[in-house]
Design a protein around this ligand. Structure first.
Ligand code: NDP
Length: 328
């Protein structure tokens, strides 16, 4: 029998948490043969609702679920954690300035980073979902000097999946025929979904589409503004697809990318593609044996360069702002 993997979820009582926990417990995060122990971290006001979710998890009688612990103490929540999904964050409310948003989130992600540093297992892998995800990941990473920086990642997989789906719709190809799509930069409106290296059934996607106008005026804004479109339609945010993307991100990181394909992850830059070292930016990556590597040697055309640079510029500004606030 395998030792259970400790998975910590913050903001466990929220909308994404509700869509996420059942799939972790049923084996979709790590594999159908990997037992898990769940730690649900919440703020004090969220504890009671987290208990309710835990009751439902009990009632599913998941064979792989070997325990659930609920806490509002990060040191307890991350104790021995192998995987941490940082979902709980302070949302932007009306009239809130960026500085206020960043300092509110600094108050969450800095102590969580320190608690991960002090308590997590040596093989800890962190995914930040709570927005602004890239910069929240940077804050947590900076507070965890004993953990290798590359273990802190931010989610751009939902953007990646949205781009796959939009491209499939446009071309009539099934999603499973599309490979090597890339999200670059920040998980924000400036993100750049890049199809110039993507393939559809082995053919270059940009050539199959053959319509730069569609790329610039329809595809890119549709992917970037999809979250707002869903709120407008559903009257609630895209929690299920966000949870699904978090599952995909960790599953791919742990179990690897398919041969000939890659995925998109927000990761600390090593300077590749002109992205300043240390910024947590989305790149094309392959995963193998629990590690990821940036896909190297891609030719970046002018259209792509301008958009990558704009998103990276925004990441730099966010980093400078949290530096000024003493959060990193
Ligand atoms: P959700 O579960 O809907 O969202 C949580 C976070 O995920 C938000 O920051 C949200 O960003 C982000 N997010 C990323 N991608 C998406 C997406 N595609 N769609 C929607 N959200 C996305 O929020 P709830 O308010 O339902 O729940 C948050 C929970 O977190 C609460 O239970 C709260 O108590 C808890 N919390 C826990 C903390 C802790 O453990 N220390 C700290 C803070 C909160 P966006 O701002 O863009 O919506």
């Amino acid at each position: 029998t395998r030792t259970p993997v400790n998975v910590t979820v913050t903001g466990a009582a929220g909308q994404i948490g509700y869509a996420l926990l059942f799939r972790i417990a049923s084996g979709h995060l790590l594999g159908a043969d990997v037992p898990v122990k769940l730690r649900l971290l919440e703020i004090p006001q969220g504890l009671k609702a987290a208990e309710g979710t835990a009751m439902e998890l009990d009632d599913c009688a998941f064979p792989l679920l070997q325990g659930i612990e609920i806490t509002d103490d990060p040191n307890v929540g991350f104790d021995g954690a192998n995987v941490a999904l940082l979902v709980g964050a302070r949302p932007r409310t009306k009239g809130m300035e960026r500085g206020d948003l960043l300092s509110a989130n600094g108050g969450i992600f800095k102590p969580q980073g320190k608690a991960i540093n002090d308590n997590a297992a040596d093989d800890i892998k962190v995914l930040v979902v709570g927005n602004p995800a890239n910069t929240n990941a940077l804050i947590a990473q900076a507070a965890a000097p004993d953990v290798p920086a590359e273990r802190f990642t931010a989610m751009t997989r939902l953007d990646h999946n949205r781009a796959l789906s939009q491209l499939a719709k446009k071309t009539g190809a099934p999603v499973s025929d599309i490979k090597r799509l890339t999200i670059w930069g920040n998980h924000s409106a400036t993100q750049y979904p890049d199809i110039f290296h993507a393939e559809i059934a082995g053919k270059n996607a940009a050539e199959v589409v053959g319509d730069e106008q569609w790329l610039a005026d329809t595809f890119i804004p549709t992917v970037a503004k999809r979250g707002a479109a869903i709120i407008e339609a559903r009257g609630a945010s895209s929690a299920a697809s966000a949870a699904n993307a978090a599952i995909d991100h960790v599953h791919t990181w742990v179990n690897g990318t398919a041969a000939g394909d890659w995925t998109s992850m927000g990761i600390p830059s090593d300077g590749s593609y002109g992205v300043p070292e240390g910024l947590i930016s989305s790149f094309p990556v392959t995963c193998k044996d629990g590690k990821y590597e940036i896909v190297q040697g891609l030719d970046v055309n002018e259209f792509s360069r301008a958009r990558i640079d704009a998103s990276v510029q925004e990441l730099k500004e966010e980093r400078d702002a949290v530096r000024e606030l003493g959060l990193i």
